[in-house]
Design a protein. Structure first.
Length: 396
């Protein structure tokens, strides 16, 4: 049996603050790295290959993280993630300064392990240490902290700092912020969030169990499909929307403002749906809020961009999209709960969905958008989001 020390009340929010800081440090370059590399003479093909390889590592580490957290403990996971952040940051800076493309490809690929090891170790610990009746609320706080660092504070902070310093200095500042977050989390790990498991859990047998669980419980495949669909727009829109905005005469700054407002709405709605889902039911919240709202939002985005071209309507459409994404938050409670015997496997399913989405979102956009255009791509995304609600119907 796994035993877990009871968290003290004053520490309950510290893991989420730590996660926000680490996500800022680990993903500070997400909003501008592609355009920067293009300006430095790197080809579009090279950049897409680099992002794809990074996404594959994100997906693999996302799946592995819950097993590794249970096997090696939270402090080691946070320590490895921090060390990887420092090493890959130095590697990226060196390869950029020396213009060594192959080294940049390797190092940025490896950087794909950084934020999943930290963030999903945190999610594993949060889920394992939380009573079932509070899972919706607490996982909402997790995604609040996650998105604050990656999609709200990080992009805004980087745009401000880039006006005052160069790329190298920005990376150093971001790494310091990330390490600060890790140090705070290590302090928490010594008390309330250190899992005490079996003395010598067999990692390979646990990984195998994490694969065969889909055969034993086929409905998990449906939940996994819904989780993959959840964030394909989040990961895909960052590729296609800047192109659409520029083609229509709008600036990247305008797109950045739209995307920031999207996740401010997402953050507020995520906390609300976290509380409501604990009362109304996790499955119902995703089925009747998440899928329908994001599907309608994709259609409204299509209408606002290609038919009306009204900026206020564009903002409204993306705000609706952000709220719809928040409606999927209860999946973080529902999926682990489907596997009552081992929460680590449940969290691995959840993390695999998010990881695969980080690959499939950009992959779908690379295939559909450049071949079919924005209108058909948004129609396909809308269909997928509506489909996600139906995927959950057979789940008890």
């Amino acid at each position: 049996m796994k035993t877990i020390s009871k968290p003290k009340s004053y520490q309950n929010m510290l893991p989420f603050l730590s996660l926000t800081l680490f996500m800022i440090g680990a993903t500070i370059e997400n909003s501008w790295l592609s355009s920067f590399l293009l300006s430095e003479g790197y080809s579009d093909l090279f950049i897409r290959q680099m992002m794809l390889m990074n996404g594959l590592i994100v997906a693999i580490c996302s799946w592995l993280c819950s097993f590794l957290t249970i096997r090696f403990g939270s402090k080691k996971m946070f320590g490895v993630a921090s060390l990887a952040l420092i090493v890959t940051t130095l590697g990226i800076l060196y390869s950029l300064q020396q213009h060594i493309a192959i080294l940049l490809l390797i190092v940025y690929t490896l950087k794909g392990m950084v934020y999943p090891l930290f963030a999903y170790a945190t999610l594993t610990l949060v889920i394992v240490t939380t009573a079932p009746y509070q899972l919706g609320k607490v996982t909402a706080y997790f995604w609040l902290a996650f998105n604050l660092g990656m999609t709200i504070i990080g992009p805004v902070l980087s745009s401000m700092l880039l006006k005052m310093m160069g790329i190298s200095q920005l990376f150093y500042v971001a790494t310091a912020i990330g390490v600060l977050g890790a140090l705070l989390m290590l302090r928490v790990g010594k008390t309330s969030f250190q899992i005490k498991g079996k003395k010598n859990p067999k990692l390979l047998s646990e990984l195998w169990a994490g694969l065969v669980i889909y055969q034993k419980q086929p409905k998990l495949c449906l939940a996994l499909g819904a989780k993959i669909i959840n964030t394909i727009g989040q990961f895909g829109f960052v590729i296609m929307m800047p192109i659409i905005f520029q083609a229509q005469g709008r600036s990247i700054v305008t797109w950045g403002a739209v995307w920031s407002v999207t996740f401010i709405a997402n953050t507020l709605a995520g906390v609300l749906f976290g509380y409501l889902s604990d009362q109304l039911g996790w499955k119902r919240t995703v089925m009747y809020v998440g899928g329908p709202l994001t599907g309608m939002a994709c259609l409204l985005i299509l209408w606002s961009l290609y038919l009306t071209q009204s900026l206020p309507v564009v903002f409204a459409a993306f705000i609706l999209f952000g709220i719809g994404l928040a409606g999927y938050g209860p999946l973080s409670a529902l999926i682990p709960h489907m596997i009552s015997g081992d929460k680590a496997i449940g969290v691995s399913v959840l993390n695999m969905g998010t990881g695969l989405s980080s690959v499939l979102g950009p992959g779908l956009v690379s295939i559909l958008f450049f071949a079919l255009g924005g209108i058909k791509t948004l129609l396909i995304f809308a269909i997928l989001y509506f489909l996600s609600s139906f995927l959950l119907m057979p789940i008890d």
